[in-house]
Design a protein around this ligand. Structure first.
Ligand code: EPZ
Length: 444
């Protein structure tokens, strides 16, 4: 197991590029199952989750080859496989994205139910509701979803939930509907940019989807989809994470490939905090050197502030003078990072699906544990601005969704080491060290 040792207090400067979006790459990779010809995908981020899904697709009879830094090539070589195995799916919830494409293309699908998750309850009832509406026979046995349909038929489907809509649920149902007979209308579809990117990808292969980016999608089923060549959208969540790093360290940095048109709410809230963000052609300048103000916000479905940025914002508010009230309306329990930030001295109080943060001047380095993908990023960010060193364990969570985050931050001037897990004595705060010395002298 590896861990990160982060030395706090180093300002950042320079320029790094934002990678392709994980949450677009995964459903689009799954949707290559639908194509009758070879598909090339570009701007795919080099992530553990991408590698895991590639293994799932290979186990489903696809040939997947290439170099993610350039392009990945996908082609079905054996369409007799219909089971996405537990051993692979348990590593990544997003494997559920193969369910819709597999069912639509091969008439049968057997996909392991996704495992548990540290960010809260994550059912797939809406995925199954949508596929049943298209005519699929669905049952759940021994931890697997079994789905079958000789021919899916277009239907009117409502995908809303108490929490808004479902991103991967919309991806699954939309992917299945493109090969259904007739017209499908999806009401309360997710509007996230990653869902739009999947729809644009499917349309580039010959699908007929209109309404992308709105809650109402209309899909005219087609006989088949061709192969194609498609470039994945940039990652708005990684871009927000790097912007928050600039604010936390009081730095001026430059970012390439920022999808600013997908980040209106994030740019708005970061502007309220005090960041100055400006566009110079393809380069986004992020100036975090000014005073910061505490802000209240609610994480919501797109176009609201993404739940995937909530943890990183909590790190920022932890060292911003004033009180910040943070609510997550998508995953009300997504606060595992709060207890780890508290270990670093953050003043955070939970009140149901809300956290109240009292900003303090500086966090202190500590041993902390990552619990999920975005919580890991939040701890890295907090450590950048903390005193002395912070050791972050279980960083396999981080690698699932960030392409070499510590390399990008080090390229900007951070001091982060990735080492094998080992006991590490953290330097004590001077006052604590002096007290310890006095106690040992008295004892002698
Ligand atoms: C996607 O997860 C993302 N993952 C998540 O990103 C992201 O946090 C989430 O959307 C919300 O934006 C991928 O795209 C791979 P949902 P997903 O279905 O699709 C409820 C990250 O860090 N719900 O939109 O699983 C659910 O409980 C990850 O990159 C149902 O009730 O999320 C939740 O409260 C974490 N029934 C809400 O909807 C369902 O059938 C939103 O969930 C499905 C969901």
């Amino acid at each position: 197991m590896e861990m990160l040792v982060v030395s706090g207090g180093h300002p950042l400067s320079g320029r790094v590029a934002v990678s392709g979006a994980k949450n677009a790459a995964l459903p689009i990779m799954a949707a290559t199952l639908l194509a009758d010809g070879p598909v090339t995908l570009r701007n795919i981020p080099q992530l553990v989750d991408v590698a895991t899904l590639a293994r799932v697709l290979v186990s489903l009879g696809m040939k997947v080859h290439g170099d993610t830094s350039a392009a990945l090539h996908f082609e079905t070589v054996d369409d007799s496989q219909q089971t996405a195995d537990y051993e692979l799916v348990r590593r990544m919830r997003a494997s559920i994205c193969v369910l819709g494409p597999l069912l639509a293309k091969r008439k049968r699908a057997c996909v392991s139910l996704p495992g548990g998750c540290n960010i809260g309850h994550r059912p797939i009832d809406l995925h199954l509701k949508g596929l049943r509406a298209l005519g699929a026979e669905i049952s759940i046995e021994n931890g697997y979803v079994y789905a079958a349909a000789n021919q899916l038929r277009g239907a009117d489907i409502y995908l809303g939930s108490a929490f808004g809509s479902t991103v991967t649920g919309t991806c699954n149902v939309m992917s299945a509907a493109v090969l259904a007979e007739g017209t499908t209308r999806i009401e309360a579809a997710a509007c996230e940019p990653e869902v739009i990117d999947l729809g644009n990808f499917l349309n580039s292969l010959g699908a007929h989807i209109v309404g992308l980016g709105t809650p109402c999608l209309t899909i005219e089923g087609v006989e088949s989809l061709s192969g194609g060549d498609y470039s994945i959208v940039s990652d708005r969540i990684e871009a927000a994470t790097l912007m928050i790093a600039a604010s936390l360290t009081g730095s001026l940095i430059e970012l390439e490939n920022v999808p600013v048109h997908h980040m209106t709410a994030v740019l708005e809230i970061l502007g309220q905090v005090g960041l100055k963000i400006s566009q110079w052609g393809e380069i986004t300048k992020v100036d975090g050197r000014g005073e910061r103000s505490a802000v209240d916000f609610v994480a919501r479905p797109y176009p609201g502030i993404p739940t995937d940025v909530q943890a990183q914002m909590m790190s920022l508010m932890s060292v911003t003078s004033g009180k910040s009230i943070i609510t997550d309306s998508v995953f009300p329990d997504r606060f595992m990072h709060a207890s780890e930030l508290t270990r670093m001295g953050a003043q955070i109080r939970r009140e149901g699906s809300t956290a109240v943060v009292e900003g303090i001047p500086r966090l202190s380095g500590a041993h902390v544990m990552a619990s999920d993908l975005r919580a890991s990023a939040a701890l890295v960010l907090a450590a950048l601005a903390a005193e002395r060193e912070t050791v972050i364990r279980r960083i396999y969570h981080l690698d699932r969704g960030y392409e070499r985050l510590e390399s990008k931050l080090n390229a900007l001037g951070a001091v982060i080491r990735r080492v094998e897990d080992q006991p590490v004595e953290l330097p004590m705060a001077p006052s604590l060290a002096e007290n310890a010395t006095r106690r040992s002298h008295r004892a002698a």
